[in-house]
Design a protein around this ligand. Structure first.
Ligand code: PBG
Length: 330
């Protein structure tokens, strides 16, 4: 057989399974995955979220079972999202600082059973606000500073209940600094801040808002969440959050934003997280159900691509499935 006069043959490095394994540049550990969990105040039993097959609105009891299962697979971190009863929502989002409310009770319950689990709580008003916005609304405008003061109070409440990490997801200006100060004043110097730093106004949050019934009643979130045409702004947000004391910064969503993850990672002196959001999960599930892609292969490829882009940790609804896959590789 005739051959080319070719000394450089990149295919040599791809020629066998173990050579590919040896030379792979990206790895994922279950410890780097964070599982988001939905818990519903009015749930008597767990119900599947229609737009997110395999993801449930949990009762406290079924959530504890999910956590136990995740822990056994090596997933130790959980982001909690409460679905609050409509009757407990108002314009002042009063329920967000009710120390006897659904989320505070839930945090305590989890910590009692699983003291080593890392609990991450969301700081934003949307689950508690009858307006469905992340901040207070007045005459159609989102109030920055008033919202930030509330987020500081929420952070302290969550810390008192046992949260390990608070995660402002609201995109108000100056919130990281104020939350840090609020926590420190109360002695919660060991509570970390995972900031939703570059959170874009995205259509990919649709299934999440179904899950929590938290869609805005009027308008959209474009005066606070970022414009997807912009990248420089993400660097600015990252610099601000880091200077205000964020321990981890996050890019969200992940898949249409891999370039943002890469750029933010390059600039960041703190770990970078990426949120593989509900719509991204739903797309893979829908395509797999229609027989268009192989679900496991698409999940694995997606999560490696987010890691390769520069994410140190990934929030994903696939956390348990991915952990199972990782376990079975050995
Ligand atoms: C609320 C919040 C949202 C998500 C996480 N926290 C929705 C939104 O901003 O409208 C989205 C997560 C997902 O889609 O998986 N502040």
């Amino acid at each position: 057989m005739e051959s080319l006069d070719l000394s450089l043959r990149p295919r040599r490095n791809r020629s066998t399974h173990y050579r590919r394994e040896m030379l792979s540049e990206t790895s994922i550990s279950a410890h780097q995955l964070i599982l988001p969990l939905f818990i519903a105040e009015n749930a008597n039993e767990k119900t599947e979220i229609k737009t997110m097959p395999g993801v449930y609105r949990n009762t406290v009891k079924t959530m504890l079972a999910e956590i136990e299962q995740a822990l056994s697979l090596g997933v130790h971190s959980f982001a909690l999202f409460p679905a609050i009863n409509e009757s407990n929502k108002d314009q002042q989002a009063t329920e967000s600082i009710n120390d006897n409310g659904f989320l505070p009770k839930t945090i305590k319950e989890i910590k009692k059973q699983f003291p080593d689990a890392i609990l991450i709580t969301d700081l934003a008003l949307d689950p508690y606000s009858s307006d469905g916005h992340d901040g207070f609304v007045e005459n159609g405008k989102i109030l920055n500073d008033k919202t930030v003061f509330r987020l500081g109070e929420m952070a302290v409440l969550h810390a008192q209940c046992g949260a390990d990490i608070v995660a402002p997801s609201d995109m108000m200006d100056g919130r990281v600094g104020h939350i840090r100060k609020s926590l420190d004043e109360k002695g919660f110097t060991e509570i970390s801040i995972l900031s939703y730093t570059a959170k874009y106004a995205s259509s990919f949050y649709g299934p999440f808002r179904d899950a929590l019934d938290s869609a805005p009643k009027a308008g959209d979130k474009k005066t606070y969440q970022m414009d997807y045409r912009n990248k420089t702004e993400a660097i600015r947000e990252a610099q601000l959050d880091i200077s205000e004391g964020a321990d981890i910064i996050m890019v969200k969503p992940a898949l249409s934003y891999l370039d943002i993850i890469q750029s933010v990672k390059k600039e960041s002196v703190v770990p970078v997280a990426a949120y593989n959001v509900s719509g991204e999960y739903a797309m893979i599930k829908a395509a797999a159900a229609a027989g268009m892609v192989n679900e496991t292969a698409a999940m694995v490829e997606t999560l490696y691509s987010i890691k390769r882009a520069g994410a140190d940790v990934i929030l994903t609804y696939f956390a348990k499935d991915m952990a199972k896959w990782l376990r079975d590789q050995r």
